[in-house]
Design a protein around this ligand. Structure first.
Ligand code: IDE
Length: 446
């Protein structure tokens, strides 16, 4: 393999999520989600922004798939909105919700684009939150019933399934920091959400095996930040390692692949783990087909006894994106290499990588050079990872479209396609044109 070309059949894609792009959150019988409730609660999102309209993808999906085809995408990662299918989370089925995703999947297949479906990207049915949401052990059954129904309705055409998107963010940004739905600030609730998401994930993998989906593969997508020690001291090295075990893939892959939480979590956070969690560990070890890695940035960790888990972030003067996240491509390689070394997954997909910059439209064009540079630097690291033994099979740029960036509303743009929210007009940015060439050449050099 030439040193700049990706393997043959490398899966080039782009990713989105239901609540961030679809709009029409309550149309055609859909139930409310915790993000509909959270974004409509004053003070929770920038400018009071909500997902009521977003990119209007619910109505414009054919136009957006035509854009994907124009870009030459091989695959498209999107999420199904659980409350569109089960308005109350369980029980009554909303056929119009199923119909939307049927039309979406059929249009993707017509365009020869492989669908990668995320079953849960944070938009929990609000009715289930009223029963405790991810802190209620029964959610493992509610989620598995929803997922199994999706396998039955779409498994003939959708072969690649992701159970959960970033369970760490759901658990800690949503249940400890309070900055995401459901807006809780309770560390016990956070670890309960970690554990119940793992239970839901593994029960769903078991159900997937029993559905016997021809050529089907299932995995989980995990968030990752490359944590470096501020100094070469044992205290800082230990603090960075603990931050890694808590906020990156080990918190979930250790139980899935090795049958227990990471050592550092058991030593420093065992009081927060649910009572008798050990009884669930055997079931959580259900084998998966691939690991999804999301990567955006890195940070420097300094030991600090006054901080949570004994570490705090310190500056190192790296350039940053509009999110205030360091641009640290080397961290991408470290995360990819680390997951391979620590768990040796059969396959790895980069299910999200991208950056927010201050994009401006000039004469109906968007010259987002910074995003091109970011993507190129990170693809170089991804190729280096492949050349060093990582079983990386695909890469999904985040995101196809500018969209609702959670608590930041519409103030942050990650898309390779610009969206004018006043007119809903799409403009392929220079980064989208560049990415299209990457796909065509299977290389970031052309
Ligand atoms: O922020 C960009 C994207 C977001 O739009 C996706 O829905 C989500 O999957 C996503 N995860 C990260 C990285 N992790 C993270 C950490 C703290 C808060 C929010 C996201 C970035 N992104």
């Amino acid at each position: 393999m030439s040193e700049k070309v990706f393997p043959k059949d490398f899966m080039w894609g782009a990713a989105t999520a239901s609540y961030q792009i679809e709009g029409s959150p309550l149309v055609d019988g859909a139930g409310s989600s915790i993000w509909h409730r959270f974004s409509h609660t004053p003070g929770n999102t920038y400018n009071g922004d909500t997902g009521d309209v977003a990119d209007d993808h619910y109505n414009k999906y054919k136009e957006d798939i035509a854009l994907m085809k124009e870009l030459g995408l091989k695959a498209y990662r999107f999420s199904i909105s659980w409350p569109r299918i089960f308005p109350y989370g369980k029980g009554k089925i909303n056929e119009k919700g199923v119909d939307f995703y049927n039309r979406l999947v059929d249009e993707l297949l017509k365009a020869n684009i492989t669908p990668f479906v995320t079953l849960y990207h944070w938009d929990l049915p609000a009715a289930l939150q009223d029963l405790g949401g991810w802190t209620n052990r029964d959610i493992a059954y509610w989620y598995t019933d929803y997922a199994d129904y999706m396998f039955q309705r779409f498994g003939d055409r959708v072969k690649n399934w992701i159970t959960l998107n970033e369970p760490w963010v759901m658990a800690f940004v949503g249940h400890f920091m309070g900055e995401h739905a459901p807006g809780m600030k309770d560390l016990y609730a956070s670890f309960s959400a970690v554990h119940n998401q793992l239970r839901a994930h593994s029960k769903t993998v078991k159900a997937f095996r029993e559905e016997n989906i021809k050529e089907g593969k299932i995995g989980i997508t995990l968030s990752n930040t490359s944590h470096d020690p501020a100094a070469d001291s044992q205290e800082d090295i230990d603090a960075a390692r603990l931050a890694h075990e808590w906020s990156n893939y080990p918190l979930f892959l250790n139980p899935i692949y090795k049958g227990d939480y990471p050592k550092g979590i058991k030593e420093h956070a065992s009081e927060f783990l649910p009572h008798n969690y050990e009884n669930d560990l055997e079931e959580i070890k259900e084998k998966i087909d691939f690991v999804g890695i999301n990567y955006y940035s890195g940070d420097l960790v300094k030991a600090d006894t006054k901080s949570f888990l004994g570490g705090k972030n310190v500056e190192r003067g790296l350039p940053k994106t509009e999110m205030g996240w360091e641009i640290y491509p080397e961290g991408f390689y470290k995360i990819l290499k680390g997951v391979q070394e620590e768990y040796n997954p059969k396959e790895v997909y980069v299910t999200e990588n991208g950056a927010a910059f201050d994009d401006k439209v000039v004469n109906q064009e968007v010259h987002d050079e910074k995003r091109i540079e970011y993507l190129k630097q990170h693809l170089e690291q991804a190729l280096k990872a492949i050349q060093n033994g990582v079983t990386l099979k695909g890469y999904f740029a985040w995101s196809l479209l500018d969209n609702f960036e959670w608590a930041w509303g519409y103030s942050k743009r990650f898309g390779i396609v610009y969206v004018d929210y006043k007119t809903q007009k799409r403009i392929i940015k220079d980064s989208g044109k560049w990415y299209s060439q990457v796909i065509k050449n299977n290389s970031f050099e052309f």
